[in-house]
Design a protein. Structure first.
Length: 256
């Protein structure tokens, strides 16, 4: 409950900051984007799951270097660049990752609490009752600090027609996990809140003073995601390299 309250407070504070500042400073903008998510390998811990091998009971299993599945991303931004410091900006970045799912039928290195099966190589779905697919959906609200370099300046493009940029950000992560098609139990799942961070680098090209296309790389990390349902627990970090492309609309202040 406390995490949900903090989530609401953070979201409204970030939105209010961006909206208020965008009206007071020189260059507000908004954008939408889509792209591909390439998750990195991470250990995933399954606790108190029903055993499928040996005597009936519960077991803990850690899957080493689990390879999450490649998936897609859709997001939007709303931000501004400062009038006195036009190379410095702030943006609210909201995006949804449609996954990344775990293929529990894939053979992996397992560390288990099952006697005689402490270390083995097998699909986790053959050892404990996870089902064949562990599905994830991750929603993020990040507040980023952006620095840009104005290239190809002209009277029509005073802040440059080409803008390489970098940034860092952090904020709220909401992650839903579902286990389906299990042998001994029904479908189940949980939703958790956590903290996330990202580093970004991109390139923006203006086709007109107001409209630009951009390509962007994100390095994304969600810290210590924990789910609990029916006495069972799943825990992991989430790291990913993300490539996106999108369109942005800028509203630079016109000098009379």
């Amino acid at each position: 409950m406390r995490m949900r309250k903090l989530r609401v407070v953070f979201s409204w504070a970030a939105i209010s900051l961006v909206l208020a500042a965008s009206m007071a400073f020189a260059e507000p903008y908004m954008g939408i984007y889509a792209g591909i998510v390439f998750p990195h390998e991470n250990d995933v811990q399954f606790s108190e799951f029903r055993r499928l091998t040996g005597a009936p009971g519960l077991a803990d299993v850690t899957v080493s270097d689990e390879g999450f599945e490649t998936t897609s991303i859709l997001g939007g931004k709303f931000g501004y660049f400062l009038g006195p410091l036009p190379f410095l900006g702030f943006e609210l970045d909201v995006f949804n990752i449609f996954g990344p799912d775990i293929d529990a039928n894939r053979t992996r290195t397992l560390d288990t609490s099952i006697p005689g099966l402490a270390n083995t190589t097998a699909p986790v779905s053959s050892v404990i009752d996870t089902g064949g697919e562990v599905e994830l959906r991750v929603t993020n609200v990040m507040l980023n600090v952006i620095g840009r370099i104005p290239l190809m300046r002209s009277e029509q493009f005073p802040q440059g027609r080409l803008n390489p940029y970098i940034g860092v950000g952090g904020g709220w992560v909401n992650a839903q996990l579902d286990v389906k098609n299990r042998r001994l139990s029904g479908d189940d799942g949980d939703v958790t809140d956590a903290i996330g961070a990202q580093g970004i680098a991109g390139l923006k090209y203006f086709f007109s003073p107001n409209i630009a296309l951009f390509a962007e790389y994100k390095y994304y990390h969600a810290f210590n995601l924990k789910w609990e349902f029916s006495g069972q627990k799943v825990q992991s970090d989430l790291d990913a390299s993300i490539g996106v492309a999108g369109v942005a609309i800028h509203f630079p202040r016109r000098v009379a």
